[in-house]
Design a protein around this ligand. Structure first.
Ligand code: ADP
Ligand code: MG
Length: 705
């Protein structure tokens, strides 16, 4: 019988009740589904240890020997069962703290003990070891790499632990040997030298040796990534074929006037390049979907403006969406200031293009005026927040949508924007969170990417320093020195939802501390729980230099621009992720002065935290930081994708470490689709069927825009 038709409940050792749990907890209904539950690790059972050879706390050992004696010690919750176990030469203690009443130890018979040794009272012991009677173990099969499976609490309480998962897998090896329908063509298998499916599934569960296990893993990772790429690329091709984009071939008066008479500095090489890339898209009849990545301070806003001017030159309107009101305001100010004074210093009142602002605080009256001016085409560029996508906001001819810091916008919201004109407008997503290439490829498929990899001239790289809390005096001196030089200082505290109350207390204590330490200066405070109006007022005081110190939560993370602020102090830096620290750091170094980022942590740090701090100190390169972040935390936690999450589950491949396999799988998928976009050729039926099967497994491919 095809394993994809075999209901898991009929497999020996499963039955209806466990089948129900497997379905609910793992989504497994067939024998084939079960075989795709891969081990997360293997333990080498080929080696037997002598007690005196034990050296490591982290390595599992198995020992053959006998229990000499055992006794229960302590009472109540502190009770434990302790046994003396001898391998004939030395002894080790075995100890159990739970489930003591179920243990039936026999003295003088031979056991295989299996577990992780640890040191207690200067001596080795093994807590909660596995015990098997030696006479019951077939030493022939008890060898090699033992698979270990992830299980949930619900599974465990129905005695579906890793061991019983392994037993079920063992039951499936027999029918598996009869062979499975292959999911990759013979051509792909040969070309990339991949193990076939039947062999791979055998070897992923019960590898004959490490090499075969690795080959099996490689093949299964390839399969997983290949089908994800095939699906994404197919969707992209369809979209390209179906949607027409607005053609914007002209470079006209708005763009040229601005470029020649207004632009107060020369564009960086990188800015010029990305503008050309974007323009090429806008000129073609394809609808643009482009990600513009550029580190904080790299000048993305200006690029956005110049693209909007190109749109205007072709008779189209642009909207620029920001995630927060503060940011929308700031963009608005930046754009109007760029547009309101030409090189001769003449105030021209936006004669190049008309920019307006629409946010939650726009009054009803202003709103009505804006709506009218949008509809009759008087407004060229509308800057705003979510308020922009309300249905009441209609454009005469929206042609370009620019989204700043995309991760705060949902897919549904983007879809709404698409419906504001007969064709979907071109979309440019700007982000300062560098997205590692592997992730961008997987999540965004063929989304084109432009990178501004150059900062405007004259910027001094930010110096990053890491200190423990104990060095506060030194840091306060430094702050004072900087303020005396005329600079301003950010002090940022973490604030997370789960710990909101305590975090706010920390923040307020921090505020009080700063006012006490610096009575001669003025201190502002902002946090997300303040009313928008108060928050803006406090921000404004800092931005205008009335206050010298701003104590804040991460509300200032994105986009706030106060060039005179040259010091960023991050309190409890251990609680921030790498990307977030990098974003925060980007708030300084925006002026001509040398800037500093000071990371404060407690003294004792975990290995990972120390690594994070070291990376921050070592580099200002956002891409290196994003790669490191992906490696340290895994893609699920990566800031910027957190909200949407990956639109599929990865069972075996890892975006952090399998970049190469991903590239190969992607090339393979692309070649197939270039040749046969709808997978209609007979030799590609295989792929179509497998895509269909994967779709049945409730993967929400629609998440990919
Ligand atoms: P981003 O949004 O990429 O973080 P901004 O657009 O806010 O960066 O630009 C940061 C600062 O650099 C702004 O003050 C901007 O006016 C300035 N700037 C942008 N491009 C240039 C350039 N080519 N030369 C000099 N300064 C620039
Ligand atoms: Mg910006």
């Amino acid at each position: 019988m095809e394993l994809s038709q075999l209901d898991i409940k009929y497999v020996q050792g499963v039955g209806p009740r466990r089948a129900e749990i497997l379905k609910r907890e793992l989504g497994v209904t067939t024998a084939l589904d079960m075989l795709y539950q891969f081990p997360y690790k293997y333990i080498d059972r080929s080696r037997f240890y002598k007690i005196r050879d034990i050296q490591d706390e982290d390595t599992y050992v198995q020992i053959i020997g006998k229990i000499i004696d055992y006794q229960t010690i302590g009472v109540g919750r502190a009770q434990r069962l302790s046994a003396r176990f001898s391998d004939g030469e030395d002894e080790i203690e075995l100890v159990w703290f739970r489930g003591i009443q179920y243990l039936k130890l026999q003295k003088g018979v031979s056991y295989i003990v299996f577990g992780k040794p640890s040191v207690f009272n200067h001596d080795w012991n093994i807590a909660h070891p596995e015990l098997e009677l030696l006479e019951k173990v077939n030493l022939e099969t008890h060898k090699g790499l033992e698979p270990h499976y992830n299980t949930t609490d619900k599974m465990k309480s129905s005695s579906l632990n890793s061991k019983s998962m392994m037993k079920i897998m063992a039951q499936l090896m027999q029918p598996l040997s009869a062979g499975l329908s292959e999911t990759l063509s013979a051509d792909l298998l040969a070309r990339y030298n991949l193990m076939n499916l039947t062999e791979s599934l055998k070897n992923i569960h019960f590898p004959s040796d490490i090499k075969s296990m690795q080959r099996a893993r490689e093949r299964l990772k390839f399969e997983e990534l290949f089908y994800i790429q095939l699906q994404i690329l197919r969707q992209v091709k369809r979209r390209e074929a179906q949607t027409e984009g607005f053609r914007m071939p002209r470079v006209g008066q708005a763009f040229n006037t601005f470029y020649h008479n207004y632009l107060p500095f020369s564009l960086t090489g990188a800015q010029k390049r990305v503008i050309r890339e974007i323009q090429a898209d806008m000129k073609s009849s394809r609808q643009m979907n482009r990600l513009l990545q550029g580190d904080v301070g790299s000048g993305k806003t200006l690029v956005a403006l110049m693209c909007a001017l190109l749109a205007k030159d072709n008779g189209f309107q642009t909207c620029i969406m920001a995630p927060t009101e503060i940011l929308a305001n700031q963009h608005y100010e930046t754009l109007t200031s760029f547009l309101s004074k030409n090189k001769d210093g003449i105030v021209t009142q936006q004669s190049v293009a008309r920019v307006e602002l629409l946010t939650g605080s726009t009054t009803k009256k202003q709103r009505e005026r804006l709506h009218a001016a949008l509809l009759n085409g008087e407004i060229d560029i509308l800057v705003g927040t979510h308020a922009l996508i309300e249905d009441t906001v209609q454009f005469l001819n929206l042609g370009l949508v620019i989204i700043d810091e995309q991760h705060r916008f949902g897919v549904a919201q983007r879809a709404k924007l698409w419906s504001k004109n007969i064709n979907p407008p071109h979309v440019l997503v700007m982000t300062a969170t560098p997205i590692p290439r592997t992730l961008a490829m997987t999540v965004y498929g063929d989304l084109a990417v432009s990178v501004i990899d150059e900062l405007p001239p004259g910027r001094k790289p930010i110096q990053t320093l890491h200190y423990s809390n104990l060095r506060r005096d030194k840091i306060n001196n430094f702050i004072r020195q900087q303020i005396e030089l005329g600079r301003q200082v950010y002090v940022v505290y973490p604030l997370i939802e789960e710990n909101k109350k305590m975090d706010l207390v920390d923040l307020e204590n921090g505020y009080r501390y700063m006012t006490e330490q610096f009575p001669e200066y003025r201190v502002s405070m902002v946090h997300g729980k303040m009313r928008a109006r108060d928050k803006d007022a406090e921000m404004q005081k800092f931005a205008s230099g009335q206050t010298q110190i701003l104590v804040a939560t991460t509300v200032i993370e994105v986009g706030v621009n106060v060039p005179n602020a040259s010091v960023m102090i991050v309190e409890n830096a251990e609680r921030f992720g790498l990307s977030q620290l990098h974003q925060l750091r980007g708030r300084v170094g925006r002026g001509a002065e040398q800037s500093y980022c000071i990371l404060l942590t407690r003294v004792e740090l975990s290995k990972d935290t120390r690594k994070r701090m070291d990376i921050m100190v070592a580099t200002n390169d956002g891409f290196r930081i994003a790669e490191a972040d992906l490696q340290l935390r895994g893609p699920g936690d990566l800031e910027g994708t957190q909200q949407s999450g990956l639109p599929f589950e990865l069972h075996i491949a890892s975006l952090a470490t399998d970049g190469q396999i991903l590239e190969v799988a992607r090339t393979a998928a692309r070649e197939i689709l270039d040749n046969d976009p709808e997978l209609e050729l007979p030799e590609n039926q295989l792929y179509l069927n497998q895509l269909y099967r994967l779709k049945q497994q409730a993967v929400d491919w629609g998440m990919i825009s």
